[in-house]
Write a protein that binds this ligand. Structure first.
Ligand code: GN1
Ligand code: MG
Length: 359
């Protein structure tokens, strides 16, 4: 079936080896390896992204803006099909798009050294930086309310009301913990009401595997641009905190392995602020540390909600998978909250160091 898709992109199927690629939970990704050229082919999950053309249109708008304003910026754009479209539809109604595979590039599955966190944070900072004057009203919301904590909380409440008793019982400690952290929701509401912080062009999925590195571990560019849309910087910085700080990721069930690496926290601050220091408002900087709380809490809620909904969103590999993922995120949240005071100092230090170097 993929043969037909390759042909529509002008590629001869027999010239390529097709292998599954990456570890994303939502889209299916394949690497096409040919003798001379390599590509990434991605099937968009249309249960999640209901209007795949929104994704394509956003990328086209950003690509042409950057070509004019920052021609040297490395934007991981899509390649057109033979008929000039950026999306190809299969006979069974699935949508595919094609990217060039960046030669010699590598992606990482987890952060083993602080330098990697610095480089990744720099790339995500740079992405929002080069697009700081882009007119965000030209961007469609590819997932409406994606990182809206109010909506996630409403969905959670609903799931608690509708869940089968067995799951409510098994998740009772975690449900209680979610309700114990309502101050995070209140801070989020205070911050996002009355435009206290601005909307920017935000990536919304800043895990380490969405950055390409060269062979010397320098960051090259960010990839996986489906969720690029207007949003708050909190999403990008917070999801880096969520996914880089602990040496074990959200799949880990031995919770003693879930803890915070302070040096990685500093690296995220330094990398992101090296690009965004003069762009972020004073109010945004005040909530730099809060971003991690927000995103870890939100992901805990999302996993727990899905568990209570009988796993309709995040495909489980075993029965309690989503409950375990939620436990993992709640452990991370507790570790994060304990380190908060120290983190406030580290953000200030990172900000001041960069100022000193710039002067
Ligand atoms: C999903 O598919 P993937 O792994 O890139 C999810 C993110 C979550 C992440 C948790 C569109 O991302 O928001 O943080 O799983 N993406 C969507 O692993 O829901
Ligand atoms: Mg993604």
């Amino acid at each position: 079936m993929l043969n037909n898709i390759l042909a529509q992109f002008g590629l001869k199927p027999s010239d390529y080896q097709i292998n599954s690629f990456g570890s994303g939970l939502i889209n299916h990704t394949f690497k096409l390896s040919g003798k001379i050229d390599e590509y990434i082919l991605q099937q968009i999950n249309i249960d999640v992204f209901k209007s795949p053309y929104n994704i394509a249109n956003n990328l086209i708008a950003l690509q042409s803006y950057l070509k004019e304003t920052h021609p040297d910026y490395f934007f991981a754009g899509m390649l057109p099909s033979v008929s000039g479209d950026f999306l190809v539809e299969s006979e069974s109604g699935e949508y595919y798009r094609l990217f060039p595979f960046v030669k010699g590039s590598q992606s990482l599955d987890f952060v083993s050294e602080e330098r990697q966190a610095f480089e990744a944070a720099k790339q995500f900072g740079k992405f929002t930086f080069v697009l700081k004057d882009f007119n965000i009203s030209l961007l469609a919301y590819t997932l409406v309310d994606f990182h809206n904590l109010n909506l996630r909380f409403e969905q959670f409440n609903k799931a608690c009301n509708n869940a089968i008793n067995e799951r409510i019982v098994r998740a009772s400690a975690e449900i209680k913990e979610v309700y114990n952290c309502l101050d995070i929701l209140q801070t989020y509401n205070k911050l996002t009401a009355n435009n206290a912080i601005p909307l920017r062009v935000i990536h919304h999925d800043t895990k380490i595997s969405n950055v390409l590195f060269d062979d010397k571990q320098n960051g090259l560019c960010v990839i996986d641009l489906d969720t690029v849309m207007p949003g708050y910087f909190l999403s990008d910085v917070g999801d880096m905190m969520r996914t880089y700080l602990s040496p074990a990721n959200e799949e880990e069930t031995d919770l003693s392995k879930v803890y915070i690496r302070e040096n990685v926290f500093s690296a995220i601050c330094q990398g992101y602020l090296s690009e965004m220091r003069n762009v972020l408002t004073a109010e945004e900087k005040r909530y730099f540390v809060f971003s991690g709380e927000l995103m870890i809490y939100m992901q805990a809620i999302r996993f727990l909600t899905d568990y209570l909904n009988n796993d309709i969103y995040y495909e489980p590999k075993y029965p309690d998978h989503n409950l375990n993922r939620a436990k993992n995120q709640l452990k991370l949240l507790n570790e994060y909250l304990q380190a908060k005071e120290k983190f406030e100092r580290l953000v200030m230090e990172a900000d001041e160091n960069i100022t000193a170097t710039n002067n």
